[in-house]
Design a binder for this molecule. Sequence first.
Ligand code: FNR
Length: 383
Amino acid sequence: MPVITNIDDLKRIHKRRTPKMFYDYAESGSWTEQTFRENTSDFDKIRLRQRIAVDMTNRTTASQMIGEDVSMPVALAPVGLTGMQSADGEIKAARAAEKFGVPFTLSTMSICSIEDVAARTEKPFWFQVYTLKDDEFMKRLFERAKKAGCSAIVITLDLQIMGQRHKDIKNGLSAPPKFTLASMADLATKWSWGLEMLGTPRRFFGNIVGHASGVKDASSLSSWTAEAFDQSLDWARVKQLIEMWDGKVILKGILDADDARKAVEVGADAIVVSNHGGRQLDGALSSIRVLPSIVAAVGDKIEVHMDSGIRSGQDVLKAIAMGAKGVMIGRAWVYGLGAMGQQGVTKALEVIHKELDMTMALCGKRDIKDVDRDILLVPEDFE
Ligand code: FNR
């Protein structure tokens, strides 16, 4: 077993163990990948103030997200197809998250269904919703999430149409995978993945297979989303969905202060400042760069979370110091899952927690709830 000390270690093992098609699916951004790159490089531009001779005993990273107690303000972001990174990947990740005391978000585009995950976990999880044209299907999906005990829905608003990721087209991404000679050669070196998959049979896309618009499966992700997703989605529809759920709602994919104000108007409980990990509008600003303007616009009216680009506890601390109440991590947990299953997701959380705790202390803070802008040195053009 290699010694793992950071998220990059997990990423390297993920790449070695998982078929190229699925590793590339996780690692891609859209088009030129400018936004994908800047999501991480912009974090590096923010620097931390070292403080000394401050009592560092009795530290805590415990906080709350949408009123739920969390051991650190980090939720697992919804990620599609994670059951292809590791067999039953969604269940493994949900179990790792609940043991760690952080929220798990199940994607609409998961391999395991809402019911599969609910049956194998103890605590409520969050369910992420893409808005499909078929209203009856949406109602049924909400009923299923309620029945499974989901404590919140996360409505993703930045993917009415799917950003193009070159690698997915070149690799012929599909689930179940349609293997070519090249992909079979790749799989031959990743036999442990194949054996695990064969030993864990499951229906693909447990939340949407059989969906009433006539789409029978989702073997090609981009053509299915083009047909099934509601491209006419607007704020009136978002409000309807919020009312239909009748519980905690997080709106994900906000990158503009005007849209954040709309989210307040329609009655959301929280927003996630996000560019979908650089997978949608290439050329958009990084999430950490726009976070301050959104916190300034709505931070006193609604809980602001952020994601996109978080690869370390230092990044989490920077986002909290910039005004986020919590963050979501996407690829960071997927690397762990692809590398080592449930144990790998736990490892990713441990790595991030340790970095967060120690960095907070070295910045002179003992309690995450006391962290503010004072610990940061932010470039002027971030305002
Ligand atoms: C995503 N993301 C995503 N978001 C969502 O609302 N529903 C989904 O099904 C998916 N699927 C998905 C697949 C993959 C492979 C990735 C990498 C991301 C976006 C995700 O929730 C989150 O916004 C980003 O992953 C955050 O960026 P980082 O942490 O990956 O940089």
